[in-house]
Design a protein around this ligand. Structure first.
Ligand code: TRP
Length: 338
């Protein structure tokens, strides 16, 4: 029996940060190491262009950065095919076919899209390509008949929309496509807050710790992290539940017993923020140092990075073109049987 397919991806709009790591990168690595799935990771440059059409240079640069981040966290091209979305033209044709199976109002109802439109201030000037990117994402997933999609929580509406398109396609044209499932990480927390306490860590909010940050930068960010604003004096009892410092400790700390003790102490009063932050800093440094060092090794050989992406894209394209052929056959536009 052939293995089930795991596929996921990222938009190359900058370096990856701890939010990506907790939300999905760590799970991808674990899945890769089980050997249970055939693994694909896609760099979604075309999706990134849907709201960066006037700034393609940013996407070009980030392609290498994101690949370095993958390799740094242990994604291994021998076990996981890493490929570039724009190099698989088959995905665009699949997108066109799927577009006929969704309504504009359904696209406008997608909660993640709605939030992103607000965040980007598009108002009524929404690029059409942006509105339909969930359909293109469905093409990314279905071209590989992927079943397991490790993603952060914000991607759930995308996977739901993909499932609807798959069901619709299969009911009209026959059982060709595979219905995907989101795989939400249970390693600590699904969505990491920013160092400023905002709900989401993100590059555009400027509240991220990057996988490539140097040790002193990490320390600086940790020591100035937002904590419980009512915990003013060391002796004051503090709040741990919505406190980023403790959320990070839950997500990264290995000594769960010690963390529980810290929490109890903090709640009772008598434990200062600085002490907790110093401990968090140690925890993060231990996690990020090997990642940063591996990244530096790979940085020395940019040609190798492009070779990994080219080989991966060539391989991915073979699978996608096979699926496209099945889709064309199913729709019945294979007039000349070639
Ligand atoms: N939308 C995803 C993100 O912003 C990236 C993405 C593109 C993706 N295609 C995908 C994720 C296919 C999973 C599967 O992070």
């Amino acid at each position: 029996m052939s293995k089930e397919i795991m596929l996921t991806g990222d938009r190359p709009t900058g370096k990856l940060h701890l939010g990506h790591y907790v939300g999905s990168l760590r799970t991808r690595f674990e899945i890769q190491e089980t050997g249970e799935y055939e693994n694909f990771i896609m760099i979604a440059d075309q999706q990134a262009l849907t709201d960066n059409a006037r700034n393609p240079e940013k996407i070009r640069k980030s392609l290498v950065e994101v690949t370095l981040d993958y390799l740094a966290v242990g994604i291994d091209p021998a076990k996981t095919t890493i490929f570039v979305q724009s190099q698989i033209p088959e995905l665009n044709e699949l997108t066109m076919h799927y577009l006929n199976l969704v309504t504009v109002s359904r696209l406008e109802r997608n909660p993640t899209i709605k939030e992103e439109i607000k965040l980007r201030g598009f108002n009524t000037s929404i690029p059409a390509g942006f509105l339909v990117y969930p359909v293109s994402q469905t093409a990314d997933i279905t071209a590989f008949k992927a079943k397991k999609i490790p993603v952060g929580e914000d991607q759930l509406p995308m996977i739901e929309q993909s499932r609807e398109i798959v069901r619709s396609f299969n009911s009209i044209y026959g059982d060709i496509l595979v219905e995907p499932e989101a795989l939400i990480s249970n390693s600590g927390c699904a969505r990491l807050p920013g160092v400023d306490g905002k709900a989401k860590m993100s590059k555009s909010l400027g509240n991220a710790i990057y996988l490539s940050d140097e040790a002193d930068v990490i320390t600086e960010k940790v020591m100035s992290m937002y904590t419980d604003p009512n915990h003013i004096k060391v002796s004051d009892p503090g709040e741990v539940d919505n406190n980023p410092v403790f959320i990070y400790l839950d997500a990264f700390g290995k000594d769960k017993k010690y963390i529980e003790e810290l929490k109890e102490h903090y709640k009772q009063g008598g434990l200062g923020d600085v002490k907790v932050k110093r401990y968090l800093n140690d925890v993060l440094q231990a996690e990020l140092e090997p990642i940063r060092n591996r990244r530096k090794e790979f940085e020395k050989d940019k040609e190798l990075i492009y070779k990994i992406l080219l080989d991966g894209s060539n391989k991915a394209r073979m699978t996608a073109s096979q699926t496209l052929k099945e889709v064309r056959d199913a729709i019945g536009i294979n007039y000349f049987n070639v």
